[in-house]
Design a protein around this ligand. Structure first.
Ligand code: HEM
Length: 401
């Protein structure tokens, strides 16, 4: 195409998959960042037939993410399957439906405490549960503990209480099972992960090998669970007196029957998710023409590890976020874990409150260290739509106060 963005040489059919494989096939974001260093702040590459625009400069990201046309989503088959044939929810929709759903969800979640000061109290209750559990597990001695699914259910519980008025116990087997299914299902549809993401129609030929069959099974279990909770709400709700988000939604739906809100996606949104954007129309940017439908990756991995900006990105040095007067710098434009602009993560208040209260309270009471004689916890993440740590073990002891 004339005026095409710079990018690696495109092979017939497979596009840039050989170049991606050459850098790192299983950690695609390394390859994405590798070519950003060669082709600059905005470049294009082909995952098989899928054209992807990669943004690697925070200024460009902040600028473009304010614009509607850069904030679409790819209309993948999976989004439709989740919504029984229609693309629904917040994460995978775009246009008016997305705007309305996002506005509706945030407005009504706020009615039930989301982002308000009492949310902190609720998160603190959950943090206390984790502290109590560790306290019991550690006893009077130090213990080597395995950390997996330790924090997820605590964060989920706060959200679930606002959505469905259900408080979940930390070791509730149903919640742990659902959390595992969400994790496994998301891991199977990790973007950029493998040939099946690039050539989506191969799923019909290899339903098992592509993970397609397992994803459908996972989503069906989640939907089944949501349906049960919704049916229960329908039976017990009092019109005009919504107890939680589901009641508010049902009320809206009753008053506007043709209104297509739905929130099957809600469950999977509990995980931090970086989903590719898609261009809703053909755009010209700095003289380059970028076609409608092109996917957009925000190279946050590369931005967060940019040596020119951070100096020593791999060193744990939290004081880098303090200014000369010891105050926390909150507006570093190079730090965008929650994305930027119109689709910026709406879970940020809950995520930040949970991480702060969880980490500070645990470290106040306990100390954690590596286990002598065992390898350090692996820095290699498990890839879902987000990157999560593998299960790890840590020597855990109570602090002497
Ligand atoms: C540390 C935790 C979290 C991180 C780092 C994170 C990060 C992100 C990022 C990068 C996006 C993509 C933004 C984009 O498409 O441009 C996103 C979207 C989203 N996140 Fe989070 N998130 C976290 C926790 C949460 C939580 C706890 C919730 C639920 C309350 C949540 C709900 C969502 C939703 C619904 C979207 C889709 C927004 C949209 O498409 O309009 N996130 N998140």
């Amino acid at each position: 195409r004339p005026n095409e963005l710079p990018g690696p040489f495109k092979w017939p059919i497979v596009g840039n998959l050989p170049q991606i494989a050459q850098v790192n096939w299983s950690r695609v974001w390394h390859a994405v960042d590798h070519y950003a260093k060669i082709y600059g702040e905005i470049y294009g590459m082909y995952f098989g037939p899928r054209y992807v625009v990669v943004l690697s400069d925070p200024k460009v990201v902040h600028e473009l993410m304010k614009r509607d046309e850069w904030n679409g989503r790819p209309h993948d088959h999976m989004a439709k399957i989740k919504g029984d044939g229609a693309v629904l929810g917040i994460i995978m929709t775009d246009g008016d439906l997305w705007k309305e759903t996002r506005r509706f969800s945030l407005r009504h979640l706020r009615d039930f405490g989301y982002g308000r000061s009492n949310m902190e109290t609720s998160v603190m209750d959950e943090v206390q549960n984790v502290v109590d559990r560790l306290d019991k597990q550690i006893g009077n001695e130090e213990q080597v503990l395995s950390f997996e699914s330790t924090f997820g259910p605590a964060v989920l519980s706060t959200l679930w209480n606002m959505v469905a008025s259900i408080r979940t116990e930390l070791d509730d087997p149903d919640i742990l099972r659902l959390q595992r299914i969400v994790k496994e299902t998301l891991q199977r549809r990790a973007f950029g992960a493998g040939i099946f993401w690039s050539f989506q129609s191969l799923r019909h030929l290899f339903p098992q090998g592509s993970g397609f069959a397992q994803q459908i099974e996972g989503f069906n279990i989640l939907k089944e669970n949501m349906r049960k909770v919704i049916t229960e709400h329908k039976k017990t709700r009092v019109p005009g007196e919504p107890r939680d988000f589901i009641d508010a939604y049902l009320e809206e739906h009753e008053n506007n029957p043709e209104n297509p809100y739905f929130f099957v996606n809600r469950y999977s949104s509990v995980a931090p998710i970086v989903t590719p954007h898609a261009l809703t129309e053909t755009v010209t940017y700095k003289g380059y023409e970028i076609p409608k439908g092109a996917l957009v990756f925000i190279n946050t991995w590369g931005i967060h590890r940019n040596k020119d900006h951070w100096g020593d990105p791999d060193t744990f040095r939290p004081e880098r976020f303090l200014d000369k007067n010891g105050k926390v710098v909150t507006n570093d434009e190079w730090l965008l874990p929650f994305g930027s602009g119109k689709r910026r993560c709406p879970g940020e208040p809950l995520a930040k409150t949970s991480v702060f209260l969880m980490v500070s309270n645990l470290l106040q009471k306990f100390s954690f260290s590596t286990v002598p004689g065992e390898p350090r916890p692996s820095p290699i993440p498990v890839i879902g739509l987000n990157l999560a740590p593998l299960t790890y073990r840590a020597e855990s002891r109570k602090r002497k106060i």
